[in-house]
Design a protein around this ligand. Structure first.
Ligand code: ZN
Ligand code: ZN
Ligand code: FE
Length: 760
């Protein structure tokens, strides 16, 4: 058959800029002897190729199958166009001036294998250069000030390229063709080491990093500037150093993450599955929660009372020199408890008393980003915190025309910007509990709005009037939608799973504002993107002393004990209860400062206190985490519980676990605590499954969404799925965390749907 000459125009949208996409296109076009051109524009990448039809077909196949590691194509449009004469070769054309900003921005990428090889090659001109990168790796979102993604719009603008770097940058055959952060020791950023007072001790990069390592191994604490901000580092094998870090940072028990020098070292400390290894080594390079091995070299106070350890591998070139194979360093965000991570050299005096040395560099960070925290569940990533390496990748959204800002929750805040059928969920902003965090939040919103060119037409907020995010949203003179917290949780999961029909939802959470004036947090809803009906909930119980009861689980445990029996009959709880509790109980019974809550999180906390595990928490979720860990290895037995009500919006089912607590009290002191912790889990899961099955039957629904912070409890997830998976399709979070980090995405979905249907 005679071959036919054709010309195709190809439009690629997605993460296609700043990730080596054009040189990749150039290489495959040349491989198939095609002429034409490629260019970046405001919508992504535009390509024209001309040649015989078989080669053109092969080009398209290669285009989607051989993508550079950091690139993703969301949409690919191909059409035939008019043949061009006098075209001798394939070229990379200059970009037209940007008009509209529609290009996706790549997250930051861990150092790639090619760069790593060069980094350790003595003859390479970037040998041990701590800012080595290429189009396949390096900082991206954290250094981008504006679009289009050109060096002038990044914090690399301060470093004019030397002739060697420039020629690599201009060579389409080179791995560094148009690598915007490209640099070398001659022209690029460098590191230095300062003492506590800010006096420079070592001026050259390599010396500074090696001395920082030596100091850490001597038991010192060093602040290290990385990609998204500063870490505080110390030797994770040195108990005294870790204890000192905890003391200085006022962080008592919350687990600290570590960075290990090599995969071999990770395997010495933790059990590692194939999926976990892949996630650790991925370009996103998150902190991965791994099951600890016994007899580990890690100091006990790194992650006390915890079967898991948060581990990451070196992801910035600085880390490659800082850690040798066997090293394990604590690497925790440099900040004061709930304030945002510190990222600017000017702010260092604020943390002077925390550290002995500063390892600094002069490449500015534009957007601060914490490390992401992910675990593997059922062979896939399951998020706890989505930040560096993932944000600001877009998520699919409903087909709709509006631009939306969803302001998120109060704790573990993210916000979400929507434009058409794409949603950008921000990186983890943190707890909006102080001015510094709130300022970071507002700064991030305006940065994202500019980068992604979103001018919101409507605002979505949480129903809670006192969340700073709600107040911020209400201060914007645009129509706004106040969304119930747990409805938002569930809508986020439904949308992530691309489900459009109404579903049942199990929202198991700490705290969320209920429209009836009580605090919700253990709800079963029948819902879609527009509305919800609350068909079941846990029996509301008072929080003795209000918010203090969240920090002190002994309070609710004591109240429950008093309802069922007496403190003398609670041998494990009694030691956790301080003197003077009688007046608190009197006040609670009188309804004074004792708001009612159906929170599932509080039920776990109360069980933990009842079993003597945790009377006061020093970080959010601690009591429930310790209860889960304690139950591992035991097979839970179902304790009694009862369900009343009718399962309608008017008379919801009420799940009452008090009979289960009675059973726990009776066995406390005789049965192993782990057994009782497992029993509580089994009973809790069974009671949820019980109402869900009844409601599924009553309402003819076969999809269940699972959301809320309690869904971070894998033991519970396994059990509830075990009860339900044969009857219902179970959906849970996939690329967002199940906790309040997903609230903004759900808020946006509900607001979009209501707006489209003309509901305010
Ligand atoms: Zn690279
Ligand atoms: Zn250079
Ligand atoms: Fe929540």
């Amino acid at each position: 058959m005679e071959e036919m000459i054709i010309r195709l125009q190809v439009r690629a949208c997605g993460i296609v800029q700043g990730v080596g996409f054009r040189p990749f296109v150039y290489r495959i076009a040349n491989r198939f002897n095609l002429t034409g051109w490629v260019l970046n524009d405001d919508q992504g990448v535009l390509i024209e190729v001309q040649g015989d039809d078989i080669s053109a077909e092969a080009f398209l196949t290669a285009l989607s199958e051989e993508l550079p590691p950091a690139a993703t194509i969301d949409n690919l449009f191909v059409k035939e166009c008019q043949l061009q004469e006098d075209e001798a070769d394939f070229s990379i054309k200059k970009s037209p001036r940007a008009q509209k900003r529609r290009t996706a921005i790549s997250p930051d990428l861990a150092v790639c294998d090619d760069c790593r090889r060069e980094f350790f090659t003595k003859s390479d001109r970037r040998y041990h250069y701590p800012f080595i990168n290429c189009t396949n790796c390096g900082p991206r979102f954290s250094i981008i000030d504006d679009v289009p993604y050109d060096r002038a719009n990044t914090t690399m603008r301060d470093f004019p390229m030397c002739p060697s770097c420039q020629s690599e940058y201009e060579d389409p055959e080179n791995r560094r063709f148009h690598a915007q952060p490209d640099a070398c020791g001659t022209c690029g950023p460098h590191c230095w080491l300062c003492d506590q007072e800010g006096k420079v001790i070592f001026k050259t990069s390599e010396e500074a990093i090696l001395k920082a390592r030596a100091a850490i191994l001597e038991g010192k604490i060093v602040a290290i500037k990385g990609i998204g901000g500063y870490h505080l580092a110390c030797d994770a094998k040195n108990e005294a150093a870790v204890a000192l870090l905890r003391k200085r940072k006022h962080r008592l028990e919350k687990p600290l993450a570590v960075m290990a020098g090599s995969l071999a070292q990770v395997e010495k400390m933790c059990l590692l599955s194939g999926a976990e290894e892949k996630l650790l080594k991925s370009a996103s390079a998150p902190i991965v929660l791994l099951k600890k091995k016994g007899n580990s070299v890690i100091a006990p106070s790194v992650a006390p009372n915890n079967a898991y350890l948060g581990v990451m591998l070196p992801y910035a070139p600085i880390h490659l020199l800082l850690l040798q194979e066997d090293d394990v360093f604590v690497m925790t965000s440099a900040n004061f408890s709930s304030e945002p991570i510190i990222y600017q050299n000017e702010h260092l005096p604020q943390i002077r008393e925390l550290v002995d040395f500063f390892l600094l560099h002069n490449r500015a960070i534009r957007m601060r980003l914490d490390d992401s925290v992910v675990r593997i569940y059922e062979n896939a990533p399951y998020f706890i915190r989505r930040s560096r390496g993932y944000a600001p990748s877009s998520l699919p959204f409903l087909q709709q025309p509006l631009a939306i800002l969803a302001c998120g929750a109060q704790l573990k805040n993210t916000f979400c910007l929507v434009k058409g059928d794409k949603a950008i969920v921000s990186h983890h902003i943190g707890d909006l509990e102080n001015k510094a965090a709130f300022d970071a939040y507002k700064d991030a919103i305006s940065h994202y709005e500019r980068l992604f060119d979103v001018n919101p037409q409507l605002i979505a907020i949480d129903l809670h009037p006192d969340y700073l995010s709600s107040r911020y949203g209400k201060s914007i003179p645009l129509p706004h939608y106040a969304i119930q917290h747990h409805h938002a949780h569930l809508a986020a999961v439904l949308l992530e799973n691309k489900i459009e029909e109404p579903a049942l939802g199990l929202a198991l959470d700490g705290t969320g504002y209920g429209p009836d004036g009580t605090i919700w947090g253990g709800e079963v809803m029948l819902f879609d993107y527009e509305e919800y009906q609350r068909l079941a909930h846990f029996r509301p119980l008072p929080l003795p002393g209000g918010p203090a009861a969240v920090r002190e689980p002994w309070r609710l445990a004591l109240y429950i004990t008093q309802m069922l029996s007496s403190l003398e009959k609670a041998p494990l709880l009694a030691p956790l209860v301080p003197d003077g509790w009688e007046s608190l109980m009197l006040a609670t019974k009188a309804g004074l400062n004792a708001p009612l809550t159906s929170s599932a999180g509080r039920l776990f906390d109360a069980a933990a206190a009842l079993l003597g595990l945790c009377g006061k928490i020093s970080y959010e979720g601690q009591a429930a985490i310790e209860l889960e860990q304690c139950a591992l290895g035991y097979v839970g037995r179902e304790l009694p519980y009862c369900i009343t009500g009718e399962g309608t919006a008017q008379v919801p089912f009420v799940i009452d676990l008090l009979p289960a607590y009675t059973a726990l009290l009776e066995m406390a002191g005789s049965a192993p605590v782990g057994q009782l912790a497992a029993d509580f889990h089994a009973t809790f899961a069974k009671s949820c499954a019980d109402v869900v099955l009844r409601l599924a039957d009553m309402y003819g629904v076969d999809v269940l969404a699972l959301a809320g912070g309690v869904c971070q409890n894998l033991l519970f997830l396994d059990q509830v799925a075990g009860y339900l998976k044969n009857s219902l399709k179970i959906c849970r979070s996939r690329s967002l965390p199940p906790n309040d980090g997903a609230i903004s995405y759900g808020q946006a979905a509900i607001a979009a749907c209501r707006a489209q249907n003309g509901i305010l």
